[in-house]
Design a protein around this ligand. Structure first.
Ligand code: ZN
Length: 89
């Protein structure tokens, strides 16, 4: 089994957010560290698209990364189409 190396860090967070996070962690049967770890994994696997014409809610695409770039398949395909159009194809 692969042993995961953990790094200890100090975070400076809003006490109300910490309280909510602790409640969430208890509800999900995780430690606070595990909850934050999971949140970071989700965040880092979200599509980076901020293209206004894609009409994402809050101008932020919620899809998960699909191909080996930082975009979901949908935004990746749209961007390819837009590039082709911009080039006059
Ligand atoms: Zn996307």
């Amino acid at each position: 089994m692969e042993e995961k190396v953990k790094q200890r860090i100090n975070l400076f967070l809003n006490p109300e957010k910490v309280k909510k996070a602790k409640i969430m962690a208890i509800e999900e049967n995780l430690s606070l560290s595990q909850l934050i770890d999971k949140a970071l994994d989700t965040y880092s696997s979200q599509c980076r698209c901020r293209t206004v014409v894609h009409n994402h809610k809050n101008n932020k695409c919620k899809n998960l990364v699909n191909s080996n770039d930082e975009y979901c398949a949908e935004c990746h395909d749209k961007a390819a189409d837009e590039t082709m159009r911009a080039l006059g194809h």
